[in-house]
Design a protein around this ligand. Sequence first.
Ligand SMILES: [Zn+2]
Length: 300
Amino acid sequence: MALIAAAAAATRTIAGTIRKPIESARSAKAMAAAKKVTADAAAASAPIRAIRDSLLELDRSRRAYHPNPPTMFIGHFGLAFGAKRIAPTVSLGLLFAACQLADLLWPTLLLLGIERVIIEPGNTVVTPLDFVSYPYSHSLLTLGILGMSLGGAYMGLRRAPAAAGATLFLLVLSHWLLDVLTHRPDMPLTPTSRTHVGLGLWNSFWGTVVVEGLLFAVGLAQYLRTTRARSRGGAIVLWSLVAFMVIIYAGNLFSPPPPSATMVAWAAQALWLLVAWAWWADRWRSVDGNARSESRRVYQ
Ligand SMILES: [Zn+2]
């Protein structure tokens, strides 16, 4: 009888349904050891995670919200500063308006209920905004048409060379390209298309900061090469604008989610202030003689 029972137990062991007591004890020990390793690893990485979280997400909720322009991403402005080199006769204010035309129109379309944004903390690492629908301010087709209109109107009204008009057109269009690089796939091709594109650089905090920071720094360097401040006041107006933009940009990266979409729309209207400030800063500066002849060569 005992023999039969032992044989049956051996068969079950071979079939893998149960383990001998000694094997069970061994596997339980191994599992406990594995758990301990995992727990140790988690405990070891906890401080690193805490630092990262406090820098990016958690601390956001503890900070006070300031109504900054929430879409003020400085990469766009880098392109506008740089464009002064190829279109030195165009005011920096207009170059700013061109590169940010999409974000200048967007808040008004939000307030009119034509476009939509919702606040979803964690939507991407960089912004809590979920751009649900912006078929007019942010589609490739409408920005192409707006760019051509702006460039064409400038050439007609100011009797400006074609390259100045082309620069304005390309700047308006550049907003779409740069937004495609940073946004999730939410950028429409046409107002009615269902295809949305986006490469999602905003999912990487440092990727965003490095790319935008480089664009801004290189563009600003080109602007400084192209223009000279006529007085100390001219330098102050420009550098206070630059400092203001960098502070707002950094503030946006770390500030908590805005309280409502309406607040986002009103705060975003502050971008118009930057256009006016850039126009004012540019009036204090004259275009460097070399830059003027260089751009003439580009135009011809
Ligand atoms: Zn945009």
